[in-house]
Design a protein around this ligand. Structure first.
Ligand code: ADP
Length: 168
C-alpha cells in the first residue's frame, strides 16, 4: 500500500514545476508578507520551501546580471539589501507562468489591478516581489537561493480539488 502511494505521488511530482519568489524589502517593510503569501496559497500553489535571508552584493550581482549595464543597477541592489528578504519555492503545473501572471508587469503603475504589483506597488523598482520569468530560469534561481534539503516534497491533501484527474 505504501509503495503504491509513493508511486502515485512521484508521478504527480514529475509534472509539477517549481518557481522562485522573493518577497523584497518593499514587501517586508510594508508588512505585506502575509497578504502576498496568501495570494499564492489561494491560487492553489504548493509552498515547497521558505526562508528569510539577508542578500549581499555577490548573490545580487549574479541574480541581476542582466541589469548590470543599466543606470539603476546599484540602486536596485541597494534596495534589495535594505533589510532581509523572504525567498520561497512554489510548486504547481506551469508554476512559473502562473506566478508571473499573479504578480503583474515590472512597473507597479502599469501592472493590472488584481495583480500583486498592480494592487500594492506604484513603482518600477519598489515592486514587492521577484518571480522567475520562465521554468528554465526558475531552475537556475532555485539553486542560487536554496541548498539541498531546503525544498520539501510533501503531498498536498487538496490536490484532487485543485486539478482534474487527467491533469495530474
Ligand atoms: P522583473 O522583476 O519584472 O522580472 P527585471 O528583471 O527587468 O523585471 O528587473 C528586475 C528588477 O529591477 C525589477 O523587479 C525592479 O525592482 C528593478 N527595475 C527594473 N526596471 C527598473 C527601472 N526602469 N527603474 C528602476 N528599477 C527597475
Amino acid at each position: 500500500m505504501e509503495s503504491i502511494k509513493n508511486k502515485s505521488y512521484l508521478y504527480q511530482a514529475e509534472i509539477m514545476e517549481r518557481t522562485l519568489i522573493i518577497l523584497k524589502p518593499s514587501c517586508v517593510q510594508r508588512t505585506l508578507v502575509g497578504e502576498v503569501i496568501s495570494r499564492f496559497e489561494k491560487k492553489g500553489l504548493r509552498l515547497a520551501g521558505m526562508k528569510m535571508i539577508q542578500l549581499d552584493d555577490a548573490i545580487l550581482d549574479e541574480h541581476y546580471a542582466h541589469l548590470k549595464n543599466r543606470s539603476f543597477f546599484q540602486r536596485v541592489k541597494d534596495s534589495m539589501k535594505a533589510c532581509p528578504v523572504i525567498v520561497q519555492c512554489w510548486e504547481g503545473i506551469d508554476a512559473a507562468r502562473v506566478v508571473r501572471s499573479l504578480i503583474g508587469v515590472t512597473n507597479g503603475r502599469e501592472a493590472e489591478a488584481g495583480t500583486i504589483r498592480g494592487d500594492f506597488s506604484v513603482s518600477s523598482q519598489e515592486n514587492i516581489v521577484h518571480a522567475s520569468d520562465s521554468s528554465e530560469s526558475a531552475k537556475v534561481e532555485l539553486k542560487r537561493f536554496f541548498k539541498d534539503g531546503e525544498i520539501f516534497n510533501y503531498k498536498l491533501s487538496t490536490l484532487p480539488n485543485l486539478y482534474a484527474g487527467d491533469e495530474i
